[in-house]
Write a protein of this length. Structure first.
Length: 317
């Protein structure tokens, strides 16, 4: 596809079609928060006579899931009890049922006994959310700070190009686009398949931001170089389109390499990181898309001042 810029309003429409439904789901149902945000219960379970190699975190998680504790987080380790090394599992789950917590405990321990032989529940305690509102607020401040830093950095780095401030603004808009896409997809998947937002989600979101900005800068740098070598009669739209075509193989190669890694983790990495990998995959796709089909196109819209046409058509209507 050679005339990528000429279809810019189609690319904008695709982004809107993804973000708007997600915003509706977010407004109606919010995000499905995991144990890290909502708090829960902490189980300390010992497996006498078992070695760490005898245990499997996914199998333990399946036992808890079968007894009503979806999304349990399992951490395996060894402890020393009376001079003997014992395999241990620390399991973080949602809160027990307030109506009959004893029955839930007995059901889980019985199921673990059936699956692994004798087990001992050393302790069970309620715990608060590890990712508090303060941590979430700090992440939002980090995004705002990154936006300002990107704006000032690109304005300085592209100072030799005409209108360098535009590059910073468009890069920030593309970055915020990726954040909105990830939140929208998380809200939709949380409703339909129960995808939970946990501590890994914030990690993935900040990683996605860095990937998005990096890919955008690569495209912008080529636009700047081609603009400085601008031929007579060549329009800005032609320059941007040519720059996108030149950087497209690099962007796709980076995208595919990262996606293959994420897909391998999704298939073989276990249930504990599935949500993280899904969010990363969404972010990688969105980051590449926004760099090619949004950020660069916004430069053309700004250069042509196309909002004047929008306002004139609105007034005529």
């Amino acid at each position: 596809m050679k005339n990528i810029v000429g279809l810019r309003y189609l690319w904008f429409l695709i982004s809107i079609v993804i973000i708007i439904p997600g915003a509706i789901f977010y407004a109606l149902f919010g995000l499905r928060t995991g144990i890290d945000f909502a708090g829960g219960a902490l189980w300390d379970i010992h497996f006498p006579g078992k070695q760490l190699s005898d245990l499997n975190s996914d199998a333990i998680r399946d036992v808890f899931t079968a007894n009503g504790f979806e999304g349990a987080q399992v951490q395996l380790s060894t402890v020393t009890v009376n001079g003997e090394t014992v395999a241990s599992a620390v399991v973080r789950t949602k809160e027990l049922s307030p109506t009959d917590p004893e029955q839930q405990q007995v059901a889980v321990i019985d199921a673990l006994n059936t699956a692994f032989g004798e087990v001992r529940r050393e302790s069970l305690q309620s715990v608060g959310p590890t990712v508090s509102a303060e941590a979430t607020r700090s992440a939002m401040i980090a995004v705002a700070g990154a936006s300002l830093a990107i704006l000032f950095y690109l304005t300085a780095a592209f100072r030799r190009a005409p209108n360098p401030f535009r590059y910073g603004v468009c890069a920030v808009i593309a970055m915020l686009h990726d954040v909105l896409v990830v939140l929208s997809v998380a809200a939709i998947l949380g409703y339909f398949i129960g995808l939970e937002v946990d501590a890994y989600f914030l990690t993935a979101l900040l990683t996605i931001i860095s990937f998005s900005v990096h890919d955008t800068i690569v495209v912008f740098d080529r636009i700047r170089e081609n603009q400085l070598r601008r031929r007579a009669g060549e329009s800005y739209e032609d320059i941007v389109n040519h720059s996108i075509v030149q950087t497209l193989p690099r962007s796709l190669n980076t995208q595919l390499t990262s996606m293959f890694t994420m897909l391998a983790l999704l298939l073989f990495g276990g249930a504990s990181i599935q949500n993280l990998v899904i969010i990363m995959l969404v972010g990688l796709l969105s980051g590449t898309y926004s760099s090619i089909f949004n950020a660069a196109q916004l430069l053309v819209v700004w250069e042509n001042r196309e909002w004047r046409t929008w306002f004139r058509r609105s007034a005529e209507a």
